[in-house]
Design a protein around this ligand. Structure first.
Ligand code: ZN
Length: 437
């Protein structure tokens, strides 16, 4: 693992462009490892703040070593033991960084899969990790504990062990090590077993700041850079007789998104971006520019969890948190949902009003590294009304797009967003009905 880190650091040093420009969290360290007994997939952020990175790296290394020690020599007849680590990252007002690391272990050695969460709240100005003690005083801790107790019981009736909850819910800072916050609220996390039964996932609740006095200064949520837009701006008049196609981009925003929206803009084209909620704040300017250029923003969950595997509560959280953050950043309410991995079930259908958007052409740009292959897959068999799936997280996709747009234009296609595609389809239906009358 040390070696991998060194290689990664070396890459960072020889690409000063990406190192300098991207201040925080534009770099992710990935570890993928597989052998006959184990499967490891780890993603964790590199913030370029050495104090914070060191702590996270050390924790990841511990998890990695513990897992290997426990499972590397464990032979299972059914499936390999699996360690999965991912994270969420939030920047609060450029002063505070919140990171939550999610650790998932599955093995036939265990009765049920294990979930664990670790959180890091970092004060950038003072270069230090924060405890809850740094955020609220004891009087406010009492208030926080009271609100939390009620909320936990309400939200997790079937999971809470009341005796454990009573022990935990005393105003002692040490009982609340796991938390993150944003401008409006604090999120408390509890690992499995702390207050819940072993068969339950980690628990988390959100407590509004409005009744609490804080020791830290949070800027008022300002609207100075945001023009709130009530509805999605459809300024374009689209000829319903022309062939149309919708370009869609999943899993961003990323450092490639800006170039992609510039390419679209230069070519008088638009697309629809299905964003991951926890990435939105880092690229808030990109997202606002994207909307300004006439692109549409859709919801692709908060941290790319497999939506069909979630409880209704978790599913709603994944969708709602992303809706809120898109609205806060762009002033625009998204009306579209693209389920992660294209997985869809009745639970998703029954628990959202958002339009579920799949695709009809898959470029597989996450898999194919060759730009020409991506171009070919995006252009070879496109029909009127098609929805093309791409990902704005790869340089090759950005490069391919520069060829894809002229080719499709040449074939007579007009580029539309998903909402525009819906409108054109409606218009055509109306025209057809009138003609057949
Ligand atoms: Zn995705």
């Amino acid at each position: 693992m040390k070696k991998r880190l060194l290689i990664c650091l070396f890459i960072l040093l020889i690409i000063p462009g990406c190192y300098k420009k991207d201040k925080f969290n534009k770099n992710i360290n990935t570890i993928i490892e597989e052998n006959k007994n184990i499967l490891i997939g780890i993603n964790y952020p590199i913030t370029n703040i050495s104090k914070l990175d060191k702590v996270i790296e050390k924790d990841i290394e511990t998890e990695y070593n513990d897992f290997k020690e426990e499972y590397e020599n464990f032979k299972s007849l059914s499936t390999k033991s699996e360690l999965n680590i991912d994270y969420t990252f939030d920047l609060v007002n450029e002063n505070y960084i919140n990171i939550a690391i999610n650790i998932f272990i599955d093995s036939s050695k265990l009765e049920q899969p294990k979930n664990k969460i670790k959180t890091y709240v970092f004060d950038i100005k003072n270069n230090k990790l924060l405890n809850l003690r740094d955020i609220i005083d004891e009087k406010n801790l009492k208030k926080l504990v009271n609100s939390s107790t009620n909320k936990l019981i309400n939200n997790y009736k079937e999971c809470i062990q009341l005796d454990k909850l009573n022990e935990k819910m005393i105003p002692n800072y040490d009982n609340f090590n796991l938390f993150t916050f944003d401008n409006n609220s604090i999120e408390l996390y509890f690992n499995t077993g702390e207050i819940s039964f072993e068969y339950c996932d980690t628990l988390n609740i959100n407590i509004d700041f409005s009744n609490l006095d804080l020791l830290i200064k949070l800027e008022e949520e300002s609207s100075k850079t945001i023009n709130y837009i009530d509805t999605y701006p459809v300024n374009k008049v689209i000829d319903p007789n022309k062939k149309i196609v919708a370009l869609t981009f999943d899993d961003g925003p990323s450092k490639y998104t800006d170039e992609i929206i510039e390419t679209l803009h230069k070519n008088d084209a638009v697309g629809t971006f299905f964003v991951i909620g926890n990435k939105v704040k880092i690229y808030d300017n990109t997202l606002r520019k994207s909307v300004k250029y006439g692109n549409e923003i859709g919801n692709h969950s908060y941290n790319h969890k497999w939506l069909t595997k979630l409880s209704i509560n978790e599913l709603k959280q994944q969708i709602d948190k992303t809706q809120d953050i898109i609205y806060n950043v762009t002033g625009y309410k998204s009306v579209l949902l693209r389920p992660t991995y294209g997985g869809i079930n009745s639970s998703i259908r029954n628990n959202t009003d958002l339009q579920i958007v799949m695709w009809s052409v898959d470029t597989m740009d996450w898999k194919y590294r060759n730009v020409n292959t991506i171009v070919k897959r995006a252009t070879a068999n496109v029909k009127d009304g098609d929805i093309i799936l791409m990902h704005d997280i790869k340089d090759r996709t950005s490069k391919a797009l520069k060829q894809i747009i002229p080719i499709l234009k040449e074939k007579g296609f007009e580029f539309v967003t998903i909402s525009e595609l819906n409108e054109v389809k409606l218009l055509r239906q109306r025209n057809n009905n009138e003609q057949s009358k």
